[in-house]
Design a protein around this ligand. Structure first.
Ligand code: ATP
Ligand code: MG
Length: 421
C-alpha cells in the first residue's frame, strides 16, 4: 500500500483525555479513532492488525473442530430473564425502541447459543462420535464498563472470540478443556507475548473450583497475580489464601507478585445455562441427561492493546511479525527521479512476491519525519532507498528492534522476507 493514499496521518499528540499508553500510541499512529470512553473505531492499519489476530485465533479454533457462527447482537429479553441475568448482570446494555420493546445488547452469548442448539440436540446421536460440539464466533460485545480508562484494554464495545463447548459426559468435557489450555498457550505464543503470559488459577468457575485465566504481566495491568516461575503457572490474588496454595501445591515463598492483564479465560459452565433452557439429550438407553458446557473467551482488542503495552519502546510500537499490519516499511528518501524510480521498482517487486509492504512514497516529508513515523507505526522491518543507499549498492534495511542497519541487494531482501514467511 502506498502511504501517500492512506487517509490516516500520524499525530504528535493523542487526545488529552486519553491516559493509557496503548491508546496513545494506537491513536497517534492512526490505527484507531476514539469515539468516546471505551469506544474506538478501527482504521486501515488497526484493522489489518485486528484481522491478523482474528485469523490466528480462527485457525486454532478450527484445529480443535470449532464451527464458526455469527450470532446476533440484539438479544431477546425473555432469554435473559430465563437465566436471571436480565436483572443480575449490572453491565448489561438494555435497549428500548420507540415501540417500548426492550432487548439486550449482547455482552456474551450463552443466552443465544443454548436456545439455538436446543433446535438441534435431543439425542446422543446429535453429537459427533467420540467428541464434543464446539461452536465459536468472533464478534462485537457490549458492556457498560464503569472503568473504561485503559484504552482498548477495556472497551464498552469490543471484539471477542467466544467459544462454547457442549458435552455428553464430564470426561469428554475434561479432555476438551485440557486441550483448550494448550490451544490458548499456542495463541499467545504466536502473538509474541507467550513469554509474559501465565495460565492463572482464578475463582469464578461456576461449579468447578477454579477457572483458568491467561494473564500477561505488565505494570499497567488491573489484576494482581502470584507467579510460580518453576511451574510456569500463577494464581490470582482474588483467590489467594493458604488453603488454595495447599490445593494447588504451591509454596508461598516461591511466588512472585505481578500486575497483569487478563487476555483470555476458560470456564467450566456445567449445566448453568443448559438447565434454564432444558438443553438435554437421551442416551442409548433412552435416559435423559443435561448437556454439559464450557466457555472460552479471548478479547481481540485487549490482546492488541496488551501487545502494544508490553512490546513498545519510547519511539513507538514494535509489532511481532505475525500480527504486524505489514511485513516491511519501505521508505523513499529524496526527491530525485533516479531514487524514485529505484524505490518504485523495489515496491513493485515486493508486491509481485506477495510481500505485505507499506511504501512511504510521500513527497514533501523530511527523512526525519519518515523515520519517526516508521518507528511509531512499528512495522518489524524498515527498508530505505535513498541516493546514499543506491550509491552503496542497494537498500538499507533495519529491524525495528535494532539500532544499526545494513545494505542489501533486492534479491537478498526478497530471500530474507520469504524465509520469514
Ligand atoms: P474482566 O475481569 O477483565 O472484566 P471478564 O471476566 O469480564 O474480564 P469475560 O467475560 O470472561 O471477561 O470475557 C472474555 C475475554 O474478553 C476476557 O478474557 C478479555 O480478554 C476480554 N474482555 C472482557 N471484557 C473486556 C472489555 N471490556 N474490553 C475488552 N476486552 C474484554
Ligand atoms: Mg468484566
Amino acid at each position: 500500500m502506498r502511504q501517500s493514499i492512506l487517509f490516516t496521518k500520524t499525530r504528535k499528540e493523542a487526545p488529552a483525555d486519553e491516559m493509557s499508553r496503548n491508546a496513545e500510541l494506537l491513536i497517534r499512529g492512526g490505527f484507531i479513532h476514539k469515539e468516546m470512553a471505551g469506544v474506538y473505531s478501527y482504521l486501515p492499519l488497526g484493522l489489518r492488525v485486528l484481522k491478523k489476530i482474528e485469523n490466528i485465533i480462527r485457525e486454532e479454533m478450527n484445529r480443535v473442530g470449532g464451527q464458526e457462527v455469527l450470532m446476533s447482537s440484539f438479544q431477546p429479553k425473555e432469554n435473559w430473564e430465563k437465566t436471571g441475568r436480565w436483572e443480575a448482570m449490572d453491565d448489561l446494555y438494555k435497549v428500548i425502541d420507540s415501540s417500548g420493546r426492550e432487548v439486550a445488547l449482547g455482552p456474551t452469548h450463552e443466552e443465544i447459543i443454548v436456545p439455538i442448539l436446543k433446535n438441534y440436540i435431543s439425542s446422543y446421536k446429535d453429537f459427533p462420535e467420540g467428541g464434543p460440539l464446539a461452536i465459536y464466533q468472533i464478534q462485537n460485545k457490549f458492556r457498560m464498563e464503569l472503568r473504561a480508562k485503559s484504552g482498548v484494554l477495556r472497551g464498552r464495545e469490543f471484539m471477542m472470540k467466544d467459544m462454547y463447548s457442549f458435552h455428553k459426559s464430564a470426561s469428554d468435557f475434561e479432555g476438551f478443556y485440557e486441550k483448550m489450555k494448550d490451544v490458548y498457550k499456542t495463541i499467545f505464543q504466536k502473538m509474541g507475548i507467550g513469554h509474559l503470559t501465565y495460565m492463572t488459577f482464578a475463582s469464578g468457575g461456576t461449579f468447578a473450583k477454579y477457572s483458568h485465566e491467561f494473564q500477561t504481566i505488565t505494570a499497567v495491568g488491573e489484576d494482581t497475580i502470584y507467579v510460580d516461575e518453576k511451574k510456569g503457572v500463577a494464581v490470582n490474588k482474588e483467590v489467594f489464601n493458604d488453603e488454595v496454595l495447599v490445593q494447588l501445591n504451591m509454596v508461598k515463598e516461591q511466588l512472585v507478585e505481578n500486575k497483569s492483564i487478563e487476555v483470555g479465560n476458560i470456564f467450566d459452565l456445567k449445566i448453568k445455562y443448559s438447565k434454564p433452557f432444558d438443553l438435554s439429550y437421551v442416551d442409548e438407553k433412552e435416559q435423559k441427561h443435561d448437556v454439559l458446557m464450557g466457555c472460552y473467551g479471548i478479547g481481540l482488542g485487549r490482546l492488541m492493546g496488551t501487545v502494544v503495552e508490553v512490546l513498545s519502546d519510547d519511539k513507538g510500537i514494535i509489532w511481532p511479525e505475525a500480527i504486524a499490519p505489514f511485513s516491511i516499511h519501505l521508505l523513499l528518501l529524496g526527491e530525485g527521479e533516479a531514487v524514485k524510480k529505484e524505490a518504485n521498482k523495489v515496491y513493485e517487486s515486493l508486491l509481485k512476491n506477495n510481500i505485505e509492504v507499506l511504501f512511504d512514497d510521500r513527497s514533501g516529508v523530511t527523512a526525519g519525519e519518515k523515520f519517526a513515523d516508521s518507528d511509531l507505526l512499528g512495522i518489524p522491518l524498515r527498508a530505505v532507498i535513498s541516493p546514499r543507499s543506491i550509491k552503496e549498492g542497494g537498500i538499507e534495511i533495519k529491524k525495528r528492534t535494532e539500532e544499526k542497519g545494513k545494505i542489501v541487494s533486492l534479491d537478498e531482501l526478497l530471500k530474507l522476507l520469504k524465509s520469514n514467511v
